[in-house]
Design a protein around this ligand. Sequence first.
Ligand code: AHR
Length: 504
Amino acid sequence: MQATYIVDKSYEIAPIDERLFSSFVEHLGRVIYTGLYEEGHTDSDEESMRGDVLSLVRQLGVRAVRYPGGNFVSGYTWEDGIGPKEGRKKRLDLAWNSLEPNLFGLHEFMHWTQKANTKPMMAVNLGTRGPEAARDLVEYCNHPGGTALSDARISNGDKDPFGVKLWCLGNEMDGFWQIGHKDADEYGRIACETAKVMKWVDPTIELVACGSSGPTLPTFGSWESTVLSHTYDQVDYISMHLYFAKTDDDTPDFLASNLLMDSFINSVTATCDYAKTLKKQKKSINISFDEWNVWYHTRWGTDEQILKERPWSVAPPILQDIYTAEDALVVGAALITLIKHADRVKIACLAQLVNAIAPIMTEPGGKAWRQTIFYPFLHASTYAKGKALSAVTFSPSYATKSYEKVSYLEAVPVWDEETGSLTIFAVNRNTEQPLELACDLRSFADLHLLEHLFVDCSDLNRTNTKDREYIHAQTSRQGRLEGNRLTILLGKASWNVIRLGHEV
Ligand code: AHR
């Protein structure tokens, strides 16, 4: 099987916003307790932050982390998570049927982001609360001092403002499952009023309005349009959420999941531009794809059972999907789609980061380890720097139950003018055969093939364990570059990162 790929540096899509490689931590399952934070763990520091997790998060290169939810935020009282730990209240968390001990709160999260070398992206509660609590939170976090709230932050130990730049106006407010669910007009109005007071406290912040929780919701489309009719002037981004699931054990169809992400992005972009036209605005609304991942292994059945057996417990082991090699291909292809939309998608959060639908797993009291999906994210966050380019692809294709034409090759080139490096990210969706890729790099001179990284996912159901990383990155030496013609073999069912540049 052969594919031809033409890359030209003048076919530019847009510079890639580094926040495309962000993630998400929620008070849910074992994300926080025994994930980020574990008292008494041998690798925990003086604040009970797990050092093994911190070092994997730093390695992963996560640029921003959304917090504290998710569904959890819609019932959360942020003031419960500040002040001396002895005085903090335990609360019922109605989103996940769990007990929230509030030992990890705002200050702990901010300290954790610094240790993890990442930035906070906060969500405010627009389920049970509204403009007042959100305004107070911005003042507590970002105002330098001299007011009751900013002085409270200082007396709770943090003299310097947290300087949180990115804020989500609630979470999945279109979903019937959401605490305080609203219709589009109700949400649009409260989001607008909340946005106003938040920006009056700190005009430098950026705001994300809730878009649809997925493209299959009956309100998808009209929700975005109505919400933007209320909030266009106040917000900067609209959110998108999407989780991929394998159905009917259909691998070829599952491997094409990112095509749904692609059409979803196109529809939301069109709706944003329609709202722009109606508003006669110059400013464009961009996209914060602030929840996406594969999620199906534990989704239907097992988690319900766990919550039934141990209701109101702290950190129940829910959403603990153990990812397969084919899941890594789906995550890799989704990353390629996000990069291809770099002109409008500015933020994207892999949901979530630790233990619940996550690239990093931990054992309570034990090890931390990398799931299969860790690698495509690591490679994209490390090497997708510069401008996304639009390539011309000629590839054999196949049909599935959901898509008429799926190219075996899914790829995107990224050009970093500053360092003179060209990186091609590529997935071979063919699970039976390798794909020979013939690249015409017509506008590039003096490139060298620096490295061909790949993850062999051909053992489709293979998973990693705490003791062995079966699925990991390897390097290949068989690619050939003659002039500006590159020929390289993409193994069957593989994720690939082809790095070209000046020889060092
Ligand atoms: O990430 C898990 C959950 O999925 C989040 O809490 C919610 O926003 C979404 O439905």
